[in-house]
Design a binder for this molecule. Structure first.
Ligand code: ADP
Ligand code: ASP
Ligand code: MG
Length: 449
């Protein structure tokens, strides 16, 4: 079996869904399990409607029209959509009556994107003569805990999914992003989570490959939206890809690689609009013998938290207390740097969790927070072991006049992370990419510019 996951743009309109149908049809012999996202922009629109419902001003008509138009252009009728839009309207009306939404309700609202799109894609496959059926991930056995909006899959899911899907004759078209908890409430596994769903299904079904079909030709040397001359990368190790995803490379959800590593399944990232073009395979393969720079990535939407206290001088257990506070508030400290009297850490800018965390950290020292920052990372096998690369990173940023707010490099040296001011992000990524990721001739020309 293989897993084929199609992201929001890949199922964003009728023309793209027709491409999806052809891609699945061409791979029928590999027994595909298809995982799909909501049409592009639909999850944002749903969450926006939930917010509007709180203010008593929601309207699902534009969403309904978008789904109808796609079905009409594909020439399919999808009777299941009526019931789903009725359920959505009822839910939003409920939210508007109580003028309040909770993370649990937001997950329920967000779930409609995938619950609607799987029916459309399954109908398009059937219309093209490919036997297919829409499957809700929770009906297939995907169960999570109840941490709404960032739910964690439970291990019993794998056997349940295998029992439900492994021997199906029809192509299952499964919802990405969503699941249910033990109480039967709908959960989501984090924004951009359909990649993670795909690898969870891949692991459960012992797939021979997990294919992530998206709108770029694989993992690239930088986000092509920011760096137009970014190039696709042919192959990389799980470690490198996990680091790229974790450091903000949106092309993969950060948790995607974990189930693939556990089950030793290659992950391939491909372009739906150019299926025979370049793509990236991510596997356990032997790391390169020399340090290599793969990608320069950026992560926005973070804050830098600084805790300063002379009490740290010569004291034991101070870091443990900080980690303990962060753990209790369920906030991950991503990049960390310490001096004798201060600790700095980057955290996700999460308005639900940060105020309480900061209030408690204040009992440990003087806390300042800088919200106008981004993390930029140079990722690749052993990059941190190459004095030339480290030298080039600092000299490039110095030449550009970009101030560093923090620097971090872990023991595995797959990543050199730098925190810069938000306004410097694009320039930092572009100049580092020109200095480190281009062929020497182009790099010389770019840096001479
Ligand atoms: P999908 O809807 O298919 O999941 P996403 O928008 O979530 O697609 O992810 C694909 C996007 O990731 C690309 O359009 C690109 O802008 C962005 N991206 C960021 N960093 C990288 C990178 N290093 N390589 C490729 N794409 C990247
Ligand atoms: N539809 C979800 C989102 O927009 C999940 C995904 O696209 O991967 O976050
Ligand atoms: Mg995505």
């Amino acid at each position: 079996m293989i897993v084929m996951k199609f992201g929001g743009t890949s199922v964003g309109d009728a023309a793209n869904i027709r491409r999806v149908v052809e891609l699945v049809r061409a791979r029928r012999a590999d027994r595909p399990c298809v995982v799909v996202s909501a049409h592009s922009g639909v999850t944002d629109a749903l969450l926006d409607q939930a917010q509007k419902a709180v203010a008593g001003k929601h309207d699902v008509a534009p969403l309904r029209e978008r789904h109808q138009k796609i079905c009409e252009e594909l020439g399919v009728t999808v009777p299941e959509h009526d019931g789903l839009f009725q359920e959505l309207a009822d839910l939003l009306r409920g939210i508007s009556l109580v003028a309040e939404s909770t993370p649990r309700l937001l997950d329920h609202v967000a779930s409609f994107g995938e619950r609607l799109s799987v029916h459309t894609v399954a109908a398009a496959l059937r219309a093209a003569g490919v036997p297919a059926s829409a499957v809700m991930a929770y009906d297939a056995g995907l169960k999570t805990d109840s941490r709404y909006q960032k739910a964690k899959p439970l291990p019993e899911s794998f056997d349940a999914i295998a029992a439900n899907l492994a021997t199906r004759a029809e192509v299952p078209v499964v919802t990405g992003f969503i699941a249910k908890d033990a109480a039967g409430s709908i959960t989501t596994i984090g924004r951009n989570g359909s990649d993670y769903s795909a690898s969870l299904f891949g692991r459960a079904l012992r797939a021979s490959e997990i294919q992530i079909w998206t709108d770029v030709p694989g993992v690239m040397t930088a986000d092509p939206r920011l760096v137009p001359d970014a190039r696709p990368i042919e192959s990389m190790t799980y470690d490198e890809a996990a680091e790229i995803a974790f450091c903000g490379g949106k092309v993969l959800h950060p948790a995607t690689l974990q189930p693939a590593v556990e089950a030793d399944i290659p992950v391939r990232v491909l372009d739906t609009r150019n299926p025979s073009g370049p793509n990236t395979v991510i596997w356990r393969e032997v790391p390169p013998s020399r340090p290599v720079v793969r990608t320069v990535v950026q992560k926005r939407g973070i804050c830098l938290v600084n805790i300063v206290t002379p009490r740290m001088l010569g004291a034991h257990g101070y870091m443990a207390r900080i980690f303990d506070v962060a753990a209790r508030h369920e906030v991950a400290l991503d990049m960390i740097a310490t001096t004798e009297i201060s600790v700095s850490a980057t955290v996700e800018d999460d308005r639900r969790r940060l105020p309480a965390l900061l209030a408690e950290l204040q009992t440990l020292g003087e806390v300042t927070i800088d919200g106008q920052v981004s993390a930029v990372a140079v990722v690749g096998h052993a990059v941190g072991e190459s004095p030339e690369t480290i030298g080039a990173i600092f000299s490039t940023l110095a030449r550009e006049g970009i101030a560093l707010r923090m620097v971090s490099m872990g023991a595995r040296r797959t990543n050199v992370g730098i925190v810069v001011g938000e306004a410097d992000t694009a320039r930092a990524v572009q100049s580092l990419h020109a200095a480190l990721c281009l062929e020497p001739e182009k790099a010389k020309a770019a840096t001479a510019r």
